[in-house]
Design a protein around this ligand. Sequence first.
Ligand code: SF4
Length: 418
Amino acid sequence: MTGEEFAQRWKQSGIPGGRPRALEAYAAFYREGVLIPELKCTIEELGIGAVVRTHTSESNEGTVLKFTQRVPKALPTAKSQAAASHDRQPGTPTSVSLPVQGGSAGEDATVETESVVIPMVGRKRELSYTICVSSQVGCAMGCVFCQTAQMGLLRHLKPQEIVAQWWAARHAVQRPDASAPIDNIVFMGMGEPLDNFDNVMKAIEILTDRRGPAIAMRRITISTVGRVDGIERLMEQVQKPGWHQLGLAVSLNAPSDAVRSGIMPVNRAWNMGELRKRLCTWGSASRAHLCLEYVLIPGVNDGPQHAAELAAYVHGEEFENRRALFGEGEEPGFDDAQVARYPGASLRGLVNLIPYNPREQSPWRAPTDEEAEQFMQWLRGLGVYCKRRRTKGRDQMAACGQLGNLAYRRASKKPLTK
Ligand code: SF4
């Protein structure tokens, strides 16, 4: 809950100290990791899942840390919460506890969230961290290149379980350089954040609460598979005061419907044209940058023709002007129909090129450095604003698209519909 909600609950429970003490305790809990003595609760009782595993791997910017937290397999029901509250000792102020308790789940009734803390060295050579958080355990979206997709969707995460990942990174796990701040939060871990919209928005409200974690909204990015209905809801959300700098990253991963539908089932519900129409209007709704993620998979989407098609998608009608970049006879093999397919202005965003990180039993290998560099040069030659993400944590299955423990695989997956 937010600081204001917490102070109100504190008051209703009649705990001494009133609003000033409630807000002081709330700030200390988030900023210094100090437990609130008046609540008489352990960290686990507050809903912060125990950190059960950590893995580290080295990158050229520092140590990448992946950690897992245990959470109940099933969401607590109203009945289990009522029972938990009935079982408590008289006088214990359960109504003020920060998150919801996990019920009576034992070890065999638990699953794990996964989060990755990624070092970033800035332009002035200063170190900071980005935390990549999960919004669900597993995922229903079924992208064929992704490890998480192999699990299916086990469940949505509650707001407190999302916030708990940031809290654990800040206060519970040993970061190699604990003095460097965790500056950015990206929803790029397990799950599709827009599939769990309300809980993710509530988590962001708490993370940006100036009385608690106080993360700047511009430091938070939602990454979506391209759910157009979710992007529409997000565009309404960023109209609200304080939300206009929330970042959006969209996993495009293909230059055409033919390729995208083959690797991302979401494209059969909302094709690239429908997605583009929404993205064209993102700039009028938000002040934050738009990022188009492109996982580069050898033999699937990494040829010169793919680069040309992607450039046509990014530039839309404005692509005509870009042809001047090519000399006589150098123009790649696209035609006017390709450009006409995407009416509207150029997408004002960055294309973030992500060399594929193979999942378990992947039919594809990772691209070589040279292949990734070549594709980036093709895009740049076509006037696309493009950067390449440096691979971090691949050897520990901590890189992009590699999260998820297949021991928790779900038997059946929810079909995706509009
Ligand atoms: S890439 Fe993202 S949306 Fe697609 S299956 Fe993996 S976690 Fe889900």
